[in-house]
Design a protein around this ligand. Sequence first.
Ligand code: PLP
Length: 454
Amino acid sequence: MLELNRYDTNELKEKDKKHLWHNITPYSEQDRPMIVTEAAGSWVTDSEGNRYLDAMSGLWCVNVGYGRQELADAAYKQLSTMPYFPLTQSHLPAIELAEKLNEWLEGEYVIFFSNSGSEANEVAFKIARQYQQQIGQHNRFKFISRYRAYHGSSLGALSATGQAQRKYKYEPLTSGFLHVAPPDSYRRPDGMSVEDFNLQCANEIERTIVWEGVESVAAVIMEPVITGGGIIVPEPSYLKRVEEICNQYGVLLIIDEVICGFGRSGRKFGHQNFSIQPDIVTMAKGLTSGYLPLSATAVRKEIYDTFKDNTEMYSHLRHVNTFGGNPASCALALANLQLLEREQLVARAEVLGQRLRSAFDDLLEHPLVGDIRHFGFLLGIELVADKTTKAPASVDVVKKIIGECKRAGLIIGKNGDTVAGYNNVLTFSPPLASTDDDMAFIISTFKQVMANQI
Ligand code: PLP
């Protein structure tokens, strides 16, 4: 723990400014970074002693909450006995964790470990392309994703991402990535039912496959629910139809569970809410509750077998990373899953998500609130300037609300898509272990801030 009297905060901020390049934050906002020095439960404390309830779980990842000693102990014990060996060979924590993940996935999968969500998706893309080639589908290299989706920062994962502002000045990216519209039911055409609109969005994937040439498409990638793009929740029939289309055309279905996994959705994995069986599942964040870096690409055993049983040259997966499946990360992840099970946090996520949604019911009457969407313990509030036209609220309005929440001790998120003008969704993704008092604080603080906007 950092001792508050060791540095004065101004000095720390000067050092920060001089030496640290922050993730994504615009330079205009870097003058006053919050320097977090302690964290416990759902709360973080900054270097000035201010406490905040972190209703975003960091970057949607601290599922079990901060300060869990048993996770630190699991990592320490592993570091003390066998700190590192590469997964070109094997070690106990990786084997045990892979077995546990299979149990959670409720299917037969083989697990490839990496370090981040982006990397897990890169591995999925490489496996999908190589698999298609190895079953004789030599031209299947394209991927279909959705606008507004985020799948990571590396060039392939960024290519899959459907948010233009993240790509500016980094293009050209990896070729072969196509995008279709997300099932944003709030903005469906007037007079169309939600069910029909979702079906139309799913069928756009089929149309794209056919127009692009069936023999050219390797896989579809999607989150069960678009999270960073503004909590866009599909009808259950949408994902079922997508699965059906993928099966019909020999296209693999990659489900990105980087945020939706590990209880966030009220089930172990988000896709389990929709009764689909993905070919590949990618995961990160909640796998270790953010305590150490680790990600995984889970691949259906039949796909793995086409690699294993192929004796041609270069038919094995030629992907290696030094740190993927680090023993301490795996040991900690296993302890994290055991903790989620023991405290029944997956079921609690569903209960808390419902509680938050119900508590915010009356906000639908607020002039700025266009829509409220939730999925498990994820919630998005879409702010509008005009409820009839659904014109998005301005960035200034969104920032003002977030700033007032922060001053009142509540950290919430802002998501959507800047270029499309929809960076207007306030997001909530609190630790699944949030207490009843935490919930009361989130609800009362946010509602008070919203009441001040009228
Ligand atoms: N996929 C999704 C859905 C994400 O939200 C993220 C990160 O926010 C990623 C992938 C990339 O994960 P990472 O930041 O660990 O590379």
